[in-house]
Structures are given as C-alpha cells and as structure tokens.
Design a protein around this ligand. Structure first.
Ligand code: C2E
Ligand code: CA
Ligand code: CA
Length: 669
C-alpha cells in the first residue's frame, strides 16, 4: 500500500508536468523562429520591392544612354541624361577600367565599398563616398528598425495631418545601383536612395503587432496549461500527503521529509531526535465526548505542534492520538527539556479537561563525516519511531516518568521481538513449539491427579525458550490464537494416544488466551480441534485468565456455557492476580478456580494472607468449584492448603513443567 503510494507520487511528479513544460518551451522556440523568419522575410520583401523600383528606373536610363551612344559620345549621352533628369539625380558613368567618364550631382559612389545584400543578391549596391556602414539603411539590424519605427509613431492620430506624416521619410540610405551599359563595358551608376517612409514603418509595426498577437494566443494558452498542470500536480500531491483528520501532513510525508532533512548536508552536523508523543486513553476520550470532539482535539494538537515545530523539523500524526516528530536538539538534556515543556502544554490543551500525555525519544547523533559510520541514508525513520514508541511503552504508568528514552535494553527487546515475529510462522510449521506438562498433585495423597500443558519453544538456534519471552509478543500481534489452537490439538492428540494405549487418563488443562474470546464460535472451534483426534472432552480443561472476564462478559458467559455443554472442564486462571473481581465468580460458572501464585509469594504468607486463602477456598467450594493452588514451592504451604481442603497443588515443590516422556514416567499411568 505504502509502496504503491510512493510510486503514485513519483508518477505524478514525472508524468504530468515535464511534457507540458517541454511542449511549452518547444513551442516558444518555434514561435521565436517563426517570428524572426517572418520579420526577416518581410524586410527582404520590403527592401527588394524598394530597390526593384529603383532598378527598373536605372535600367530605363541604361537603355536610354545605350541608344544615345550609338550616335554620340558617352559624355554627350551623360549630358543628355543630366538635362533629362534635372538636378535631383546623381548619375555617374565609368569605362571598363572603372575610370569616371562623366558624372553629375554632388555625390559620387565609393567603388571600394560595393556590396550585395544577402536578401537581394541580384543587385550590386555601392554606398556614397563618405557614407558609413551601419549608419542606417538595409544593413541596419531589424530591432533597430523596429525601435526607430515605434519611436516615430505619433501619440495621437489625425487623418489629414497623418496622411502627410505618413509620406515623410524616416531615413534614406544613399545607395548607388550599378547598371552595365551595353557598349564597350561602360557602367552606369545611378543614385537610388533606399527610403524608409513613416507609412512603411507603420505598416511594419502593424504587421509585427498582428503577428505577435497571433503567436501570443497559443503561447498564452500553453503557458496557462503549464501553470494549471503545476497547480493541479501540487494539489494532487497535497491530497496524497494530507491527513484528512488533522488537516496537516500525513505519515507518508513525515517519513519522506524526515529522511530528506536527515540527509541534507547542512544538517549533517545536527543531533536529531525522533519523538513519539502519545495521548493516553484517546479512545476513552472519544467514547466519552464523541468522535467529533476527538477529531477537534486532534486538530488542536496539530495546531499546537505547527507552532512548536521549527523549520528544519517536521511532524505528522501516526495513528489515533500518536504523533511522530523529528526535532533538532543539541543533546539529550535539551531534548528532554523541550519535550517536557511540550507535554506540559499538551496536558492543558483542553480548557476543562486534563489530558494524559507521554513521550518516547530516539536520539540520532550528528553524522561523522568521512567515516561512513553514520550514514543517514540507511536510516529507517519509521523503525526509529517504533523504537521511540517502545521506549514510551516501557514507561510504568504510575512512576511519574513521562518521557522514555530508547536505550540498549529496549534495542535488545526490539531485536528479539523482530526475530520472534520473523521466525514464528516457520517455527509453528516445523513443530518447534512443544508441550511441557506440569503435574497437579493431591495435597493429601501427594499423587498427580491432573496437569497443565505449557508451551516451550525449542529453537534449533536459541534452545528452550520459555513462554514469558514470546507469549506477550504473540498476544500483541495476534499469533497467540494460532498457538493456542496448536496446543489444544497437540493435547487432544496426546490424550487420544494415551487412551488408545489403554492408559488411565487424568484431566489436563491448556491455556486459552483472552484474544480468543472475541470469536462467537470459539466453543465449536475447540470442539472440532479436539474431535479431530477423537480425544475425550472430559479430560481436557480450558484455562481462561481472569483478565478475560473484563471483556465482553455476555459473550464470555455464552462461550463458557457452550464449552461445558460439550463436556469440557473450564477453569479460571490466575484468580487474585491484578484486578480481581468477586463478581466474576458470581457470573461465570467455571469448574475450577486457580489461585494465583501471588497469594503464596514471600517466605511467609502471614496471618492475613492465610485468612484470604482460606476464605477464597471456602467460597469456591460453596460455589461447587474445585480449587488449584499455583506456584507452591514450600512444604508448609502444602500442609496449610491440605488443611483448607484445596483440591490440587501445582508448583515446583512437587514438579516443574516437563517434557511428555518424563511426565509419563512421573505419572505412572
Ligand atoms: P500460567 O498459565 O499461570 O502458568 C503457570 C506458570 O507458572 C508456568 O510458567 C509455570 O512454569 C509457572 N510455575 C508453576 N509452578 C511454579 C512455582 O512453584 N514457582 C514458580 N516460580 N513458577 C511456577 P510458564 O510455563 O513459564 O508460563 C508462563 C505463562 O505463559 C503461563 O502462565 C501462561 O500464561 C503462558 N502460557 C504458557 N503456555 C501457554 C500456552 O500454551 N498458551 C497460552 N495462551 N499461554 C501460555
Ligand atoms: Ca495457566
Ligand atoms: Ca496461572
């Protein structure tokens, strides 16, 4: 799920924006090229048209001179031309070696500077002597022509004035056009200034404006498309990173941001703390004040944290009222101080209710450069959060400690838990879980008359592991129900084998964890497991811990009734441990009461202890229950219990839990 989400985010990053941006820039490039070419082509057309006119005129003159020269000298022909043209035109005629044969007008061509224009290669142009290139004319860059043109536009338009204005020359380039005269390699040079008029400029500007407008529309559309894509992408990612309850960033974001912060070079010298903040009994709060109030509370916690978590830090809600934070701190002491202040403020977050907050912390030291020892890239922030969480979970509720710090011991516990969880399935398949039996003795005859089946994990790697090391883990992760099924089956198999071997059976109890008591059909399920081996129900006893009696009482009563109906014996385990309630005796008709070993701890039970035990046994008897005393290690305890009419004794005084083969010898069926 998480992996998919990450992939989705990456896909959104990659897919949506880059094509649009690329398309935008490609289009922008195309538009630029189109614009430049069109302006260039336009200019070419314009200049060509202008010079073309002049050239036509020059050709006519050439023809005229040629016809004159048939009868007269060149100079006569030039004189005729001067007369014909008047004083306005400058003309020059050279022979084949470039010597000036005749000229009129004030200026002369500068033959050394003759050039052709790239755009109108057909004509050779020659500037006036004394004319500087770049001072204007066809060689002027396009942008300069445009800027001159725009500058030349009038502020206001008036039809009559404007018509006159339009005909004004903005600039004129003093160009001579070279035209060969037919006879004897003579050349005629005719001054044909290329003129740019105001109206040409207006036309150019108009044309450019129209083109710009035409190109701007798709550019704008594409630009809007890119911007909306970016905005949409941001919104989608924001949604993927949104905690819908608090309105802040979600856990996924926290993990990614934390990783980023930890790996940033300029943060590498900082000490960081991965912190778990946990509000106790949040569910109780919701049950009391409603889910809406619960959500509002989470939102105010979000607001509080936003104010208290800095820039180079981050936080998000993990689940319920559990928040993960990545804080910067100089050392553990500073971190503790900061957390203490936060917890104190969070406690008083609600005006009329005191909230109970706890915190756990895992400290990440600064990165050691170059040593490769502390490569933060390999850090699994979520794992560290769970470590901080475990440190908080290890706090004893009533010792006044509100901040748990992850240390070596917790690390070992965590490593063990990981190991157990990663190997439990295989261990069950490989039958590494084995039944040990602890006999229960009659205190008077001192003979075994029953037993309890207790599990042992016989691991090829770690040897015999006692239940205390893995049952709590199984209870937390739910695997306990699978183990209980296995134990019930193994016990049924054993009883049926003994039955087949003709041995005298004794009742053997097996533990059924409270996690099973949420199953409506638990009794039928156990029945099926036992019947699969054809074991006799009467010799199988199911131990239910007293703590299970605080769950769904009605369901529990129903299951116990059904189990008894199927012929199983049911016992109440650990009676008197923890939260004892005499009510459970009233409501639940079990067959056996197992007095918890806490009653018998310490060297001396004491007079008060004896009274309690005596009365508990009396009460059980009155309610038609058998009594088993657990954890009996001393002779005087056995004597006392025998006196009180206790039915069975289970304890190291008589025997410890043992493998089946050993049990068979002890019991002597
Ligand atoms: P429990 O059901 O109360 O089992 C009795 C525990 O007390 C056993 O510990 C037993 O070895 C120990 N014990 C018996 N007599 C004495 C004594 O005289 N002195 C002392 N110090 N201890 C004594 P064990 O086998 O380590 O089991 C611990 C707990 O693990 C059990 O407590 C039970 O709650 C759980 N457990 C064991 N096997 C299973 C199982 O198959 N399923 C489930 N759900 N829980 C199991
Ligand atoms: Ca038990
Ligand atoms: Ca017990």
């Amino acid at each position: 799920m998480k992996k998919n989400k990450k992939k989705d985010i990456k896909r959104i990053y990659r897919k949506r924006i880059w094509p649009s941006i690329a398309l935008f820039f490609i289009f922008l490039g195309i538009c630029g090229v189109m614009f430049y070419t069109s302006v260039y082509m336009f200019e070419e057309y314009f200049v060509e048209a202008k010079i073309g006119n002049m050239q036509e005129e020059a050709k006519n003159l050439g023809r005229m001179i040629t016809s004159h020269m048939e009868n007269e000298t060149v100079l006569d022909a030039v004189a005729y031309l001067e007369e014909y043209l008047g004083e306005e035109r400058d003309v020059c005629v050279t022979d084949e070696e470039g010597r000036v044969l005749g000229k009129f007008g004030e200026t002369a061509p500068d033959f050394g500077k003759q050039f052709t224009l790239e755009m109108i290669e057909d004509y050779t142009l020659i500037p006036d002597s004394g004319w500087e290139q770049g001072a204007g004319g066809p060689l002027m860059p396009v942008d300069e022509i445009l800027s001159r043109s725009v500058d030349a536009l009038p502020g206001k338009w008036d039809m009559d004035e404007d018509r006159e204005w339009m005909e004004k020359t903005i600039f004129s380039v003093p160009c001579w056009i070279e035209i060969p005269v037919q006879a004897e390699g003579y050349r005629l040079y005719y001054k044909a200034p290329v003129k740019l008029l105001q109206k040409n400029i207006v036309f150019i500007v108009m044309a450019v404006l129209v083109e710009v407008a035409l190109l701007l529309v798709p550019i704008l559309l594409l630009f809007i498309n890119v911007i909306t894509s970016i905005v949409m992408q941001r919104r989608t990612i924001n949604l993927l990173y949104l905690d819908t309850v608090t309105g802040g960033r979600n856990w996924e974001y926290f993990l990614q941001r934390s990783k980023k912060l930890l790996c940033q070079f300029f943060h590498s010298g900082n000490t960081y703390a991965v912190v778990n903040l946990h509000m106790e009994r949040y569910q109780g709060f919701c049950a009391c004040y409603g889910n809406k109030a619960g959500e509002e509370l989470l939102q105010s916690i979000q607001g509080f944290l936003e104010m208290n978590v800095g820039r180079g830090e981050t936080f998000a809600r993990f689940a319920k009222a559990d928040f993960g934070l990545l804080l910067q701190c100089s050392d553990m002491e500073q971190c503790r101080k900061r957390m203490k202040r936060m917890l104190a403020e969070l406690t008083g977050l609600e005006r009329d209710r005191v909230l109970d907050w706890r915190g756990g912390v895992y400290l990440i030291p600064p990165m050691e450069h170059g040593s490769g020892k502390q490569n933060r890239r390999q850090i699994d922030v979520e794992q560290l959060y769970h470590y901080a969480n475990a440190a908080r979970g290890n706090l004893q509720g009533d010792d006044g400690q509100y901040i748990g710090v992850f240390d070596e011991q917790i690390l070992q516990e965590q490593l063990w838990q990981n190991k157990v969880e990663s190997t439990m399935e295989e261990a069950l398949l490989n039958k590494e879980f084995q039944i040990y039996l602890q006999p229960k003795y009659n205190p008077v005859t001192e003979k075994p008359i029953g037993a309890e089946a207790l599990v042992r994990w016989v691991s090829p790697e770690d040897g015999i592991i006692s239940p205390g090391q893995f049952i709590p883990i199984f209870e937390e992760n739910g695997f306990i129900t699978r183990l209980d099924d296995y134990m019930v089956s193994e016990l049924a198999k054993l009883q049926s084998e003994w039955k087949l071997q003709g041995k005298k059976l004794i009742p053997i109890s097996v533990n059924v964890s409270r996690a099973n008591f949420t199953k409506e059909n638990l009794a039928q399920h156990i029945c099926q497991l036992v019947d699969a081996y054809g074991a006799e129900h009467a010799y199988i006893e199911l131990e239910v811990t007293e703590s299970a009696f605080f769950g769904d009482k009605e369901l529990l009563q129903k299951i116990i009734r059904e189990l008894k109906m199927y012929g199983f014996r049911v016992s109440m385990d650990d009676f008197g441990a923890g939260y004892s309630s005499l009510n459970s005796l009233k409501d639940l008709a079990v067959d056996v009461l197992k007095l918890d070993m806490d009653f018998f701890r310490g060297d001396d039970m004491g007079q008060r202890g004896e009274i309690v035990i005596k009365e508990a046994i009396r009460l059980a008897k009155k309610l038609n229950m058998q009594v088993v005393a657990e954890g009996i290690e001393q002779k005087h305890q056995v004597e006392f219990l025998a006196e009180q009419g206790c039915d069975m004794i289970q304890g190291f005084y008589f025997a410890k839990p043992m493998p089946v083969e050993e049990f068979e010898k002890v019991v002597e069926f």
